[in-house]
Write a protein that binds this ligand. Structure first.
Ligand code: MRU
Length: 370
């Protein structure tokens, strides 16, 4: 992904000595582009919990590097114990994205295969890097497969722009590179297909307004910001050709947890016969849960609803203001479940698959499932 013409990933080990890990502090976007350095597992936990980084793929990659930071801070005889403790603490940093636990388990498995402390540290580093590289490669493949959907619609429309609606940020910023929902859009642009994106603002954290719109702007993709309530109206009026969203956790039966409000978009798409696709790498599948209702749904502070932050153009500073009367109570569910029956298909790194157990198992026979 290019920012002002320079290619960035969203996370990378410090090139000088690899003793720290660099991230982009997403709380500051789109007003400031700030690179933050994580030097220990506590920094990684804070970054995930307080949403300096966010999005399923990037949460997983940060957890992988957090495990590495825990390993290098340990003395050589103590690496396993320190990794176990780090795993427990990282696991609690956010509940919904499956990639978090998946990445932690992957580092633990790799470090258990070797016996010396120094080898364990090396294995943690190699695995964290593999997780990040694989995330980028898988998102790129999601782009290749998702492009087919956009190309078919473009052909039907005789090259008129394809209008794609997306919710939240399942873009580059939610992964290591490319994004999941955005990868097909970038691939379409690269193939010379005209696209336009409707960006849901995604209250209360405003990932759409603050991140997706900025990201698409940086990449020169035509986009228009809308309130979360606008999608249904646009769909009824023939202004949406396709919906592509991401996922934080998808059961192996095809139910999708994604940012709160996704379910309402799926209902509206269903009612208007508009294809509704979910783009996700295989690291987001939960191979144990049978039913979306079993997915843990994060509840965050009501303060995210009762106040809002943004640039004060007079002072040139970012400020937070209260939106409501003092004492207003707010409840803040961060995710909802879209049942498989409302989903046209899942766009994965291996191809597009129907959102049902048989099809998902057939595409991923090598994964451990129930
Ligand atoms: O709370 P967040 O920002 O970590 O939520 C995750 C998301 O960005 C979305 O739900 C996204 O659509 C899926 S994550 C790739």
């Amino acid at each position: 992904m290019n920012i002002n013409g320079h290619h960035f990933r969203t996370i990378w080990p410090a090139p000088e000595d690899k003793q720290s890990v660099c991230i982009i502090d997403q709380r500051q976007l789109p007003h400031q582009f700030v690179i933050e350095s994580l030097t220990c597992v506590d920094d990684a936990i804070t970054a995930i919990k307080d949403m300096h980084v966010r999005g399923a793929g990037l949460i997983g990659a940060t957890a992988g590097f957090g495990m590495y930071l825990a390993a290098i801070k340990a003395s050589d005889h103590d690496v396993d114990a320190k990794l176990k403790e780090a795993a427990m603490r990282l696991n609690k940093s956010r509940p919904t994205a499956r990639n978090l636990g998946w990445a932690i388990e992957r580092v633990l498995a790799a470090t258990k295969k070797v016996s010396e402390g120094a080898e364990k540290k090396k294995a943690a580093y190699m695995t964290a890097c593999e997780i990040a590289d694989e995330d980028a490669a898988f998102c790129r493949q999601i782009g290749v497969h998702g492009l087919e959907l956009i190309a078919a619609i473009s052909k039907e429309k005789n090259g008129e722009p394809v209008n794609i609606l997306t919710h939240c940020n399942a873009g580059w910023l939610a992964f290591v590179d490319y994004g999941s929902a955005t990868a097909p859009i970038y691939a379409a642009r690269d193939a010379g297909i005209a696209v336009h994106v409707w960006v849901d603002e995604t209250r209360p954290w405003n990932q759409g307004a603050k991140l997706t719109a900025w990201e698409l702007q940086q990449e020169g993709i035509a986009n228009t910001l809308i309130t979360d309530n606008t999608g249904g109206h646009l769909m009824q009026n023939g202004l949406v050709d396709l919906v592509i969203v991401g996922s934080d956790r998808t059961t192996h039966t095809g139910d999708v947890a994604n940012k709160i409000g996704t379910y309402l978009k799926a209902l509206a798409a269903h009612d208007n016969n508009i294809p509704f696709y979910v783009a996700l790498p295989s690291s987001t599948f939960d191979w144990e849960l049978e039913d979306g209702a079993q997915i843990p749904i994060e509840q965050r502070s009501g303060d995210e609803i009762t106040s809002i932050s943004g640039m004060n153009d007079t002072t040139g500073k970012v400020a937070t203001v209260r939106l409501v009367a003092t004492g207003t109570k707010a409840v803040n569910y961060s995710f909802d479940i879209t049942p498989a029956r409302l989903i046209s298909g899942l766009i994965t790194e291996r191809g597009i698959v129907q959102a049902n157990k048989e099809a998902i198992h057939a595409l991923f026979p090598d994964k451990k499932h129930n």
